[in-house]
Design a protein. Structure first.
Length: 68
């Protein structure tokens, strides 16, 4: 239940960014996140959120101190 709540909050926030046109950046966007044909003359690219592929185990391993 908490996972669905967090996902809804994040999805809502990301959709607000798209709705407000705040999903453009002046650097190349990875193909899976890029809106096709979105590059402007100034080099700005639109991005869209994608589903995370990171697992809880990968996050735990990343957060583990290197000295432990």
């Amino acid at each position: 239940m908490a996972d669905a709540l967090i996902e809804n909050i994040i999805d809502g926030y990301l959709q607000e960014q798209i709705d407000e046109g705040m999903n453009s950046i002046p650097v190349k966007v990875e193909p899976e996140m890029s809106v096709p044909g979105s590059a402007s003359e100034g080099g700005w690219h639109e991005w869209v959120p994608i589903a995370s592929t990171v697992t809880d185990e990968e996050i735990a391993a990343f957060r583990k101190p290197t000295w432990a």
